[in-house]
Design a protein around this ligand. Structure first.
Ligand SMILES: CCCCCCCCCCC/C=C/C(=O)SCCNC(=O)CCNC(=O)[C@H](O)C(C)(C)COP(=O)(O)OP(=O)(O)OC[C@H]1O[C@@H](n2cnc3c(N)ncnc32)[C@H](O)[C@@H]1OP(=O)(O)O
Length: 396
């Protein structure tokens, strides 16, 4: 076993050295470490528990449940309580929140607890311990442009020269931008892309950024990052709309099943070539796609990698409406501005009612898909497909 792992690690290292896209990016590594790999100490954790008591503003039930769940996971591990009865509302909600964390490691739960408290204290200005980036201004994202106007926060992928491929740093930035949007005073959040593409999915150069712990450690960290990333979409509390301005690939397609509306230009296409890449679905698509379009159509996309036109995606329920590219921006933004004037609490609550039926299931699917992918990333099928792309031998 060690021999196989060593061989794979050596192959990854060789490909990293050869690759024209090799990125050993220190800023991205730092961000990654501060987000997931760097562990909060017991002291950080205890200090965070004290800061919670000093919060000036009630963070609301959703956040309190998340804090409860992370605290239990960090101190006791996976949920070990019998499921309360359906009429025991409060304990059932607490149990659901804890149970949804699945087998999240204790250290990660501790880190997430500390991060969550840090974001709460920085937003209520009750602490000087502001986490770098947690309260970042609009211009500070390297790979996103985030603007807020007319009650709409727009998060725009901004790596047009790489077709808006999502680098490790960009995953972190998207999570931060969504967390900020969930707390700002906008009523609707929109995700879109800059340039001719909506997004070309995971940046395949992410595979070359191997940390000292080796490829297995990288796969483990990436699975945690992926689960957190998708979890942010599952938990997003406001109406979330995708404005798909051009072709969409991979994870940018799968997470569409977690949006509340998807508007597409007739230039957009929808492509999840997981088998071609030796991968398997993520973003809860293994659950949402069969539900949205029926199992047979989902199989064509998720297993056979069939690329859909915008019209086909609309006919199958993945897209809400398609617009001619020439009038796309004008028509969509006019409509969104009208929607943004609807009562925000009502929209939030309606979303909560719809989403809460599914949340537990979605988190469980997300955990399972991420753990399957952790293995897939180490497979020969995936390694060969990625190396072929990076060495310019293959494209989709
Ligand atoms: C050890 C474990 C590590 C795991 C880390 C993973 C972390 C989470 C993973 C979550 C799971 C996600 C899965 C997916 O999203 S699968 C889909 C992945 N995407 C692709 O395979 C797309 C690859 N790109 C292409 O096939 C083509 O570029 C494309 C069809 C999109 C466009 O072709 P076109 O000819 O129009 O344009 P170019 O190819 O010339 O593109 C311009 C430049 O942009 C670069 N590019 C584009 N897409 C990507 C990408 N996804 N990753 C990296 N780079 C990309 C392309 O190489 C060009 O670069 P150059 O100008 O330098 O040639």
């Amino acid at each position: 076993m060690a021999g196989v792992a060593g061989r794979l690690a050596r192959r990854w290292c060789r490909s990293a050295v050869r690759s024209p896209l090799q990125v050993i990016s220190f800023p991205s590594l730092q961000l990654h470490l501060s987000g997931t790999a760097m562990r909060a100490s017991q002291e950080d954790f205890e200090s965070a528990m004290n800061q919670v008591k000093l919060l000036k503003k009630d963070p609301g039930n959703e956040v309190k449940l998340r804090l409860y769940a992370l605290y239990k996971q960090a101190t006791e591990g996976p949920c070990n309580m019998p499921k309360p009865g359906v009429f025991d509302f409060i304990n059932k909600a607490k149990w659901d929140a804890w149970n949804a964390l699945g087998s999240l490691p204790k250290e990660t739960a501790r880190q997430n607890y500390v991060d969550l408290v840090s974001s709460l204290t920085s937003s209520s200005e009750s602490s000087t311990q502001v986490k770098p980036g947690a309260d970042r201004g609009q211009q500070e994202y390297e790979n996103l442009v985030v603007t807020s106007e007319d009650g709409i926060t727009k998060i725009m992928f901004n790596r047009p020269t790489r077709k808006n491929a999502i680098s490790t740093q960009m995953y972190q930035e998207i999570m931060l931008a969504l967390k900020a949007a969930s707390k700002d005073d906008s009523t609707i959040t929109v995700v879109t892309g800059n340039g001719d593409y909506y997004c070309s999915g995971n940046d395949l150069a992410n595979f070359t950024d191997i940390p000292p712990g080796g490829v297995e450690e990288k796969a483990k960290q990436s699975a945690i990052m992926l689960r957190d990333f998708v979890g942010t979409f599952i938990d997003f509390p406001k109406p979330l709309v995708a404005v798909v301005n051009g072709p969409a690939v991979g994870i940018s397609v799968t997470i569409l099943g977690l949006f509340d509306a998807v508007y597409a230009s007739d230039r957009a296409t929808f492509h999840t070539p997981f088998s071609h890449l030796g991968l398997s679905p993520e973003g809860c698509a293994s659950y949402t796609f069969p539900k949205i379009m029926g199992p047979a159509k989902a199989t064509e996309m998720l297993i056979f990698g069939k690329k859909l036109t915008a019209g086909e995606a609309c006919a199958q329920g993945l897209v809400t409406e398609v617009f001619p590219d020439s009038t796309f921006q004008k028509e969509v933004w006019t409509r969104l501005k009208a929607y943004s004037k609807l009562p925000p609490n009502s929209m939030r609550i309606s979303k909560q009612v719809i989403r809460n039926m599914e949340k537990e299931k979605l988190h469980a699917v997300n955990a399972e898909e991420s753990s399957v992918l952790q293995e897939r990333w180490l497979s020969d099928e995936c390694i060969n497909a990625t190396m072929n792309f990076l060495s310019k031998k293959a494209k989709l």
